[in-house]
Write a protein that binds this ligand. Sequence first.
Ligand SMILES: [Zn+2]
Length: 245
Amino acid sequence: MIEKLAILYELQLIDNQLDELEELRGDLPAAVNDLKQQIQTIEEQIETKDAEKKSSNSKRKQNDEDVERFKASLKKFKSQLYQVRNNKEYDALTKEIDHTEEQITRLEAETMALEDLVQKLKKEIDEIKPQLEGLGKELKEKETELKQIIKANEREETKLNDKRTKIAAKVKKPDYNTYMRIRKALGGKAVVTIIRAACSGCHNVVPPQRQIEIKQSKRLFSCESCGRILISPDVAEEVQKKIQF
Ligand SMILES: [Zn+2]
């Protein structure tokens, strides 16, 4: 049992070191992610607007062609007016002419609206595009800074991670899961010791009888206040002595 507790504490000490390295990075990882997200959003906006611009332009081109076609028909219908033989033919032809003129008017109005839309989209793209440059520059700076920090501690981190893998392999799966759960919930420290009769995680007093039991290290004890795993100061000291960081 003592061995099991010692291993858990050893894991905790390694994680403490890794947490410290992580802390050196400060808010840089979050800032990098945030900038990437912002850039992606803008790029997507530009892409959407660009696609709309393209389809508006091609619709406009199609309209121009249609208008040309309708105008040619109109010319033909109008020349046919001189050749009609009766009222029925005349009515039919004027109906065609009216209909064609309506089509032309409709298409020309649509084309104008499309032109306005294209201009509007162009302006919007021109407005947001410059943001990309600034954000890209900022991202590059933060990434460089972050890389430098990571690189400076790379060897130490690799060493610690290797140690961690070895130690973690010795911890039983349920204990490991408990450890990780507490670590996640309480921000880093899952295994703590007793300092001046109190839990060193939450500083609440550990009852004397409990302290005696913990000292015996016969099973896993949790702090009644914060839920962290409590180990006796003797075990903690032993582990600390054993590990020379
Ligand atoms: Zn506690």
